[in-house]
Design a protein around this ligand. Structure first.
Ligand SMILES: Nc1ncnc2c1ncn2[C@@H]1O[C@H](COP(=O)(O)OP(=O)(O)OP(=O)(O)O)[C@@H](O)[C@H]1O
Ligand SMILES: [Mg+2]
Length: 331
């Protein structure tokens, strides 16, 4: 794994003229390495971690954003819908391993977006994460570099052996497959946040195209128990989810997070389960997929998307990770 800590030129912090040596020093001390970090972490975080005044933090953050727009790294603030449409058609997709599931996303998991997969235990969330980490490597960028995966494992369920078995059953080289996945184990919610703050340079230096957080919510749920801590938990989770969204946009990566569900006693009709994390997670994820068991198969339902209707497809968990049911069986 490569680490790139030396930002020179366009993305260096002092490429913004208001950032002199002293400000630069304070930012670096708080872990800001490039202009992208300013955009990803946002003004509140800049002010809180560096002691720079809020007004100046907002100013620096806006300057950083304009700079990234000028460099073509993020979308311009004002853009015609036609341009946006053309850009979206070119947006890269990552295959899930199942044709049905890819169809649900119109070609695979989207870059520059956060996709949330939720469902009961054993419905295949972690299997989807493993399969995607392998299949992202099938696509090469224009300069011929392999796309890599960054896997943030919060539940200690990442298994390199599983990557090997999925690779072998798909006739892919297992050693390469392992080399191209960077794993970060998060031991608690604060550690999980720290990891995310530090991912920027790793994404750039390693050509990471997919980032997984399995699971996004588990640590928050286990650490913040009871009603009295609910608001702090939601605030932290909100900050975390927004940072993921900005990373997806700024670094042009696909982000997939998993989430558990809890039974909800107040539901009388329909599904008495809902994803954890409440509105915070629901509103920040771009796409939400709900997984359910259906005999030996699994059902994936697109629950929330800015442009898809609610629809469901069938997939299966096999030695190959995620794949399609043998015959396109009915439920
Ligand atoms: N080698 C394999 N071959 C076939 N199926 C497998 C294999 N490994 C795991 N599975 C299937 O995957 C299921 C586990 O799925 P997974 O770990 O993705 O669940 P999850 O949704 O992440 O659950 P949790 O909420 O507990 O994290 C197993 O029940 C099994 O059906
Ligand atoms: Mg899991």
């Amino acid at each position: 794994m490569e680490e790139d800590n030396d930002f020179a030129g366009d993305l260096a912090l002092d490429a913004i003229e208001e950032i002199g040596p002293a400000t630069k020093g304070r930012l670096e001390e708080a872990g800001f390495k490039s202009i992208k970090d300013l955009v990803v972490r946002g003004p509140v975080d800049i002010a809180e971690t560096t002691g720079i005044e809020m007004d100046k933090s907002v100013y620096l953050c806006n300057k950083a954003r304009v700079r990234l727009e000028e460099l073509g790294i993020i979308d311009k603030t004002f853009i015609t819908a036609t341009k946006l449409y053309d850009k979206r058609k070119k947006e890269e997709r990552i295959s899930t391993g199942s044709k049905n599931l890819d169809d649900l996303f119109e070609g695979g998991i989207e870059t520059r977006a956060v996709t949330e997969v939720y469902g009961e235990y054993g419905t295949g969330k972690t299997q989807i994460c493993h399969t995607l980490s392998l299949l992202v490597q099938q696509r090469k960028s224009k300069d011929g570099k392999v796309s890599k995966a960054l896997y943030v494992d919060t539940e200690n369920t990442f298994r390199p052996e599983r990557i090997v078995s999925i690779a072998l059953s798909r006739n892919l080289d297992p050693d390469n497959a392992l080399d191209n996945i960077i794993v970060a184990k998060a031991y608690n919610s604060a550690h999980q946040e720290l990891i995310i703050e530090q991912t920027g340079p790793i994404i750039d230096a390693n050509n990471v195209k997919l980032m997984i957080v399995d699971s996004a919510v588990a640590h928050y749920r286990s650490e913040f128990l009871g009603r009295s801590t609910l608001s702090e938990r939601q605030q932290r989770l909100n900050k975390f989810m927004h940072m993921l969204l900005r990373i997806a946009e700024t670094y042009n990566v696909a982000i997939l997070v998993t989430n558990q569900i809890v039974s909800s006693p107040d539901v009388v009709f329909g599904d008495a389960f809902k994803p954890t994390g409440g509105h915070v997670v629901a509103h920040t994820s771009t796409y939400r997929i709900y997984l359910k068991r259906s005999g030996k198969n699994r059902i994936a339902r697109m629950v929330d998307s800015p442009y898809h209707a609610e629809r469901e497809v069938l997939f299966k968990l096999t030695e190959q990770g995620v794949s399609d049911p043998d015959e396109q069986s009915k439920y």
